[in-house]
Write a protein that binds this ligand. Structure first.
Ligand code: SAM
Length: 241
């Protein structure tokens, strides 16, 4: 969780009352010491699952790369170009510090991925950022990733099993989302960040509508629930060849 080297409560509050872009600019220098950075355990699980199922890749793209949590993984999995895209110049500056070589960093809105990226990527990943997109924005997000992939390329990202309302975690995320809805109703600029706007069923439908063939693989590293279903799955959305 939060450590003494991470952001103070005041710094987090200032971030939460900024826009997404400015909020992350402010948080960037301390972001890697927050629980918002995707943990290495998740990155390792995704990397191993991708390597086992797909082998290696040509070029890789990290959508909403932040300070670069997924970039090291992409550099190991990919033989050619690795690119990180993010809205926040502050987050990209940290990513550049962490990856001084071998990575292209592009400042762009993931809802309008630049056409200059081409359609050359074999693998696109995204970690920890889907809460920043409203359901109505998913078609634009997925269309941009689909365009950036070469035919046969894969868009991969982890999804957690739904949490039942009997769990304290359900109430924690419901409370967070409710607080953000109140904040966004009364305060400008909005800070879109909701935990419960990315359920797998509708996400799968939007991926399919964008032209992907969707399958999932269990992330075995995180074990299974009592009913036998995995706690975490890797979504593998493939652009038709
Ligand atoms: C919680 S951080 C995750 C960063 C990194 N992927 C990780 O797992 O540690 C979310 C990132 O999404 C970026 N982001 C949010 N909305 C975005 C958008 N519309 N376009 C591009 N990046 C965006 C933020 O700037 C931030 O760096």
């Amino acid at each position: 969780m939060f450590t003494s080297q991470g952001p103070s409560l005041r710094e987090l509050a200032v971030q939460a009352f900024s826009s997404v872009e400015h909020g992350y600019d402010l948080l960037a220098p301390k972001f890697d010491r927050t629980p918002f950075r995707t943990p290495e355990r998740m990155l390792d699980a995704v990397e191993e699952t991708l390597a086992q199922r797909e082998g290696s890749f040509g070029s890789g793209l990290d959508v909403c790369c932040g300070t670069g949590a997924g970039l090291a993984m992409l550099r190991r999995l990919c033989r050619d170009r690795v690119t990180g895209v993010d809205l926040s110049a502050g987050m990209l500056a940290e990513a550049a510090r962490a990856h001084p070589e071998g990575v292209d960093l592009v400042r762009a809105d993931a809802l309008e991925l630049p056409r200059t990226l081409g359609d050359t990527y074999d693998l696109a990943v995204s970690f920890g950022a889907f809460g920043h997109f409203l359901p109505a924005e998913r078609p634009a997000l997925f269309a941009g990733v689909h365009r950036a992939l070469r035919p046969g390329g894969v868009f991969a990202f982890p999804v957690g099993a739904p949490v039942p309302p009997t769990s304290p975690a359900w109430w924690a995320v419901a409370g967070f989302d409710a607080a953000m809805r109140v904040r966004n109703a009364v305060w400008r600029p909005p800070f879109v960040m909701y935990y419960r706007t990315f359920p797998f069923g509708p996400v799968r439908a939007d991926l399919t509508a964008a032209g992907f063939r969707v399958e999932t693989a269990p992330l075995e590293h995180f074990g299974h629930r009592k009913d036998g279903s995995p706690h975490w799955r890797l979504v593998l959305a493939r652009k038709d060849s």
